[in-house]
Design a protein around this ligand. Structure first.
Ligand code: 5AD
Ligand code: SF4
Length: 439
């Protein structure tokens, strides 16, 4: 076999995986490999998998099966991401087509592992050395106008439903200096919006530095217009971070703060370390700092033991908060997590029915939030070309997509008047391009 020349990376799951996928692409690029025109043509395919919910491993194996070509050949297949971490060497036994298995903290070794594959081996690396990979990755060059920056990985909170502490390891913050360097590289390469990522991003710390001080240090970077962060835990919503929402104009008025459920009994069984009232108190402080903030959350329905009364408390907390958007999930038992073996697992049909009711409420809230913006002026960051001729798509400060007819280019900040609320987005008309007044 000749040395592989082209690659394709397919990322599933969360934004951290998107970030990891970009870093793997840069790493393979630095080895002289080029992105393949399509996954089917690639010499090497990296499946960057997610393990968070239902049948994750099965989905990954069926993806592997789909990579077989009509002539019976297949690319070199690397199983990466959280399924790789969870399955380890077992993956090689389950599928002969998998050539290497690399976990989320070991992918800096991908080029070396590909060389081992060339030599006839089937290497597995699921070590969880904190931070090693970042030092071994190439400098950031050209990322998108909106780019992710991973600042914190892993989790020590051990919510009883969640695999992350097992697939991503312990909670680790990257050092301040490394983050300032990587952010500067991204902004030099044209990035105008940075989203700081972490499984518990608001727990980021380096000595006396906190996420709030990191945001304040990043804000003055010339060319950087917007900062976001995700995902936060309610117990780490510190006063200085809340104050930053009032004081740092570059910090967008958007907060993704999962509560998961509204019943204190369920929150306790989930090991969330907070009650519904604690969460509502955090929301009240955030709104006092910035009344214009858009709130978003994650919800799980059908956690073991959830009664109709517990579920009603979830609907109630959604009513009380008023979300701009929210992600809703049916509880999925994850092997190895404490909740998977709890009694009183909720029947699928009940979960389905509760999910539908919750989704209807959340959709109504999004619709209401979007409708409340119609007639107002705002600034959007243009990040995509629209489907219709002359149409561009940008992001509002509150993270909705806004469709607008303009000759503005990707990366432009433009002022628009919002004219219509669609189910999941807004339409706007151009007021001014690259104007300087505050959004
Ligand atoms: N089942 C369903 N949803 C889950 N999540 C995490 N683990 C599970 C699970 N076992 C959801 C949570 C989390 C989001 C990323 O995924 O709501 O915030
Ligand atoms: Fe999925 Fe969690 Fe891994 Fe992200 S960290 S890919 S959400 S299992």
């Amino acid at each position: 076999m000749t040395a592989p020349r082209t690659f394709a990376i397919k990322s599933f799951g969360c934004q951290m995986n998107v970030y990891d996928g970009e870093r793997m692409a840069e790493l393979l690029g630095a080895e002289g490999m080029t992105p393949a025109a399509s996954g089917a043509e690639a010499d090497v395919v990296v499946l960057n998998t997610c393990h968070i919910r239902e049948k994750a491993a099965e989905k990954a194996y069926s993806e592997v099966g789909r990579l077989r070509r009509e002539d019976g050949t297949r690319p070199v297949i690397a199983l990466a991401g959280c399924v790789a971490q969870a399955e380890g060497a077992e993956a090689k036994r389950r599928s002969k087509a998998i050539d290497l298995v690399v976990g989320p903290q070991a992918y800096h070794r991908l080029p070396q592992m590909l060389r081992e594959v060339e030599a006839g081996a089937r290497p597995v690396d699921t070590d969880l050395p904190p931070l090693d990979k970042f030092a071994a990755l190439p400098r950031r060059r050209r990322a998108g106008v909106s780019a992710f920056l991973s600042v914190q990985e892993g989790c020590d909170k051990f919510c009883t439903y969640c695999v992350v502490p097992y697939t991503r390891g312990a909670e680790v913050s990257r050092p301040l200096g490394d983050l300032l360097d990587e952010a500067a590289q991204l902004v030099e390469g044209g990035t105008r919006e940075l989203t700081l990522l972490g499984q518990n991003v608001n727990a980021w710390e380096d000595g006396s530095e906190t996420l709030a001080t990191l945001i304040r240090r990043l804000a003055p970077l010339p060319g950087l217009e917007r900062i976001r962060y995700t995902t936060s835990h309610p117990i780490n919503m510190a006063d200085d971070l809340i104050a930053a929402h009032a004081e740092v104009p570059e910090l967008m008025p958007y907060l993704h703060l999962p509560v998961q459920a509204g019943s204190d009994r369920i929150l306790k069984a989930m090991n969330r370390h907070h009650t519904a009232a604690d969460y509502l108190a955090v929301i009240a402080r955030v709104r006092a700092a910035n009344p214009a903030i858009a709130l978003s959350g994650d919800f799980i329905v059908g956690f073991p033991g959830e009664t109709e009364e517990d579920f009603a408390a979830t609907l109630q907390i959604v009513e009380q908060v008023g979300y701009a958007s929210a992600f809703t999930f049916k509880y999925s038992a994850r092997p190895g997590t404490p909740a998977a073996t709890m009694g009183d697992q909720v029947p699928e049909a009940v979960k389905d029915e509760r999910l539908q009711r919750l989704q209807a409420l959340v959709m109504e809230q999004s619709r209401r939030f979007n409708a409340s913006k119609v007639g107002t002026e705002t600034r959007i960051l243009v990040d995509r070309v629209g489907r219709k001729p002359g149409q561009m798509i940008g992001k509002s400060p509150w993270l909705q997509s806004v469709f607008v007819d303009t000759d503005a280019q990707i990366g432009d900040m433009i002022d628009v008047r919002l004219t219509a609320a669609l189910p999941n987005s807004l339409a706007g008309e151009l007021i001014a391009r690259n104007s300087k007044q505050a959004a």
